[in-house]
Design a protein around this ligand. Structure first.
Ligand code: HEM
Length: 302
């Protein structure tokens, strides 16, 4: 089976790029273009640490090189950047994915949760009734399968495109991480804003909640459900685990599903509030900003 988009996956774009991040030296000389705007413009240097400096560590962070393939999922890109998945992002089997997702130093998922994600994902990617035996990280960007519009940090797929954009949109990212901590409320509110601006079907809405429920569970469990935005910034932007990353627990299917229900409940509350206060200038401003950011690319289409 193809891992790079021949017969199974239509036209793996040759112009596909991996997310470019500056090297530490570039950062020092130019200032980091991705740094979150804080009051003093600073970034916690203990977090901004490059594990590249440990060349003997097989799981050191290494940015993708020109021929490496990456996709829209920050979790899987991170596993490849740390060598838990093939660093070139190609020929990845279900077994590779399960091993990497369940690894006690990555996301530490329980086997049932990892299986639901991996086999569920591969099922959604099937072509001509056949489930792929291996995939590349870009194969999962096939629009409308697992991949959906109204993403938190990616723009919508332009009309007529088969694959979704995989580069993180810095405006979306910056607005998402404008507070020091990420909470379930913030995620639910953002999902409502995104889905009002760019409606998606029930399955994709569920998938989107599942993605963030995993994130809240994996990164937020020890901190009363709050995630330090710097940690998320590094993970979403550079697809990298911060220095000293260790999961605090095994992330289970039941916990992930229950957090996803909680996100849905909060979303309903926000939707109702929105309906009550739909003259609220701030809500309208946010929605139109998001729509503009999501669809920028669409407007550039002929
Ligand atoms: C620990 C496990 C995982 C976590 C924490 C995770 C997290 C996420 C998050 C937060 C996003 C949203 C990015 C955004 O909104 O812009 C995302 C996107 C995505 N993930 Fe994962 N993911 C995991 C595993 C997987 C697996 C196993 C697959 C497939 C086999 C997958 C496929 C995707 C795809 C296709 C997207 C793009 C969705 C879109 O924004 O349209 N993910 N993931």
């Amino acid at each position: 089976m193809s891992s790079s988009g021949d017969e199974q996956f239509p036209s793996l774009s040759s112009s596909m790029t991996t997310t470019a991040t500056p090297s530490p030296t570039e950062e020092k000389s130019q200032g980091c273009p991705f740094r979150r705007n804080r009051q003093d413009g600073s970034m916690d240097s203990s977090i901004y640490y490059f594990i590249d400096e440990e060349p003997n560590n097989p799981h050191c962070y290494r940015r993708p090189t020109g021929s490496d393939i990456r996709g829209p999922c920050p979790a899987l890109n991170t596993l490849a950047n740390h060598g838990y998945l093939p660093r070139d992002g190609k020929n990845i089997t279900a077994k590779d994915l399960l091993k990497a997702l369940e690894h006690p130093q990555t996301y530490n998922l329980t086997s049932p949760l990892a299986r639901v994600l991996v086999y569920g994902g591969l099922l959604l990617l099937r072509q001509n009734g056949k489930t792929p035996k291996s995939i590349s990280l870009y194969d999962i960007a096939l629009h409308g399968r697992i991949e959906h519009n109204a993403s938190v940090v990616h723009r919508n797929t332009p009309h007529g495109e088969i694959y979704a954009p995989i580069d993180v949109d810095l405006r979306l990212l910056e607005h998402f991480l404008e507070d020091d901590f990420m909470t379930i409320e913030r995620i639910a509110k953002r999902r409502v804003e995104l889905e009002v601006a760019s409606p998606i079907n029930g399955l994709h809405s569920e998938i989107a909640r599942g993605e963030w429920s995993l994130v809240l569970g994996i990164f937020g469990k020890t901190n009363k459900g709050r995630i330090n935005s710097d940690i998320l910034n590094v993970w979403l932007q550079e697809n990298r685990f911060v220095k000293g990353w260790q999961p605090s627990h095994r992330q289970s299917l039941i916990h992930t599903v229950s957090t996803s229900f909680r996100i849905r409940r909060r979303m309903k509350q926000f939707q109702q509030q929105n309906m009550k206060s739909n003259n609220d200038a701030e809500v309208l401003r946010k929605e139109s900003y998001i729509k503009e950011a999501l669809d920028d690319e669409n407007e550039k289409q002929p």
